[in-house]
Design a protein around this ligand. Structure first.
Ligand code: SAH
Length: 358
């Protein structure tokens, strides 16, 4: 039995179960055995590939979006460029390469990385080592300075924050939890605490018996803290993730190991566990945000033009041939283009964000 599984078994023995939110938090973030804490999960040799790792177009377009926001803010002499869950640092490096072409941008930019994983912090430091920009790491939004504007970016960050699952039964809601079933971890149900039932989106309170609804206090809490930071400091944000634009019932908890979907209780600590983000809840927390599809956002900001340029500039036939598949994977509706949503918001300024117009 893995050490993490033994740890979970001990936790479960205390009360008979752990809720799915705690299960996610432990499997991903346990200080020594958590999935993100002990390894770099990305790329061909890892478990999954994210947009910035697929094509530089993703980070370059978001970099152009950040520059546009900075200009619309009136080019503040100092601002924080905050990235939540920066992975290998690829997105930040691609964004800063674009920013470096704009006079004054790098000098004004103070990079702040919200990251819990020591392994990924090292990867981020390495990715940014040759860029002359101030760079700090934080583990909480409370540690981000509030005395200068903030532009915040996050790709596939929200999906890693814990969710809990409720199931509608003949007698009301029960909670799906993780227990020991014989020698193995299994999903069972418990009566649902009232403060959890309260979080069910209004649109789903009347769902049918047997349907599952996911709620995430952690995501709501994070969005509220982020909105509070931007209210205090002024700024704008862009969060990209897979999920719903309209709240929907369904079990979206998933685990990915070596580029394959596996059972969420298998490969404990060795698989990425996540769930789809309910962006309508995130939008409610922020108040006045904009939401669109990743494909729409990237195309509206000229991703196709950038793809053509990259083909022209390719150093060899292989590099040239890789551009189009990467671009299509990011934008096509049957790939990431529609499943992934982009949410943008501005606080303390009055301008329209690029990329969200029809
Ligand atoms: N944005 C990157 C990585 C996405 S994976 C990319 O697109 O490639 C999720 C990232 O969020 C990882 O860097 C992980 O370590 C970090 N992360 C997950 N939960 C976190 C938490 N609670 N606090 C801080 N970082 C977290």
């Amino acid at each position: 039995m893995s050490e993490l599984k033994a740890f979970l078994q001990t936790e479960i023995s205390k009360t008979g179960f752990v809720h799915i939110g705690d299960y996610m938090a432990y499997t991903l973030g346990h200080p020594t055995h958590g999935y993100y804490m002990k390894q770099d999960p990305f790329g061909v040799a890892g478990d999954f590939t994210t947009a910035p790792e697929i094509s530089q177009i993703f980070g370059e377009i978001i970099g152009a979006w950040v520059v546009d926001v900075w200009e619309k803010m009136g080019q503040p002499a100092e601002f924080t460029l905050l990235e939540c869950g920066p992975g290998r640092g690829t997105l930040m490096a691609d964004m800063l390469r674009v920013g470096a072409m704009v006079p004054g941008f790098l000098a004004a930019c103070k990079v702040c990385l919200l990251e819990m994983s020591p392994v990924l912090k090292d990867a981020q430091a390495e990715a940014l080592a040759n860029i002359s920009v101030q760079c700090d790491w934080v583990i909480s939004l409370d540690d981000v300075p509030r005395d200068r504007p903030v532009i915040v970016i996050g790709n596939e960050f929200l999906d890693a924050l814990p969710v809990r699952q409720l199931e509608k039964t003949a007698h009301g809601w029960s909670e799906r939890v993780v227990s020991m079933v014989g020698q193995n971890l299994g999903i069972t149900t418990q009566s649902a605490p009232a403060d959890l039932v309260m979080r069910v989106p209004k649109a789903l309170t009347g769902c049918k018996q047997g349907e599952i609804v996911e709620v995430s206090e952690a995501r709501e809490h994070f969005m509220r803290a982020l909105a509070g930071l931007l209210d205090a400091a002024g700024g704008a944000g862009l969060l990209v993730d897979y999920g719903h634009d309209v709240s929907a019932a369904g079990d979206t908890l998933q685990a990915v190991h070596k580029h394959e979907y596996v059972g969420v209780l298998d490969h404990v600590g060795d698989a990425d566990v996540s769930s789809h983000v309910d962006f309508s809840v995130m939008m409610d927390v922020v108040g006045d945000g904009a939401l669109t599809y990743q494909g729409h956002f990237l195309k509206a900001l000229g991703a196709h033009v950038r793809a053509e340029r990259l083909k022209d500039q390719a150093q060899d036939a292989d590099q040239r041939a890789a551009v189009e598949p990467g671009y299509k994977r990011l934008v096509d509706a049957d790939q990431m283009g529609r499943l992934f949503k982009v949410m943008g918001f501005v606080k303390g300024y009055d301008f329209e964000l690029a990329g969200f117009q029809n």
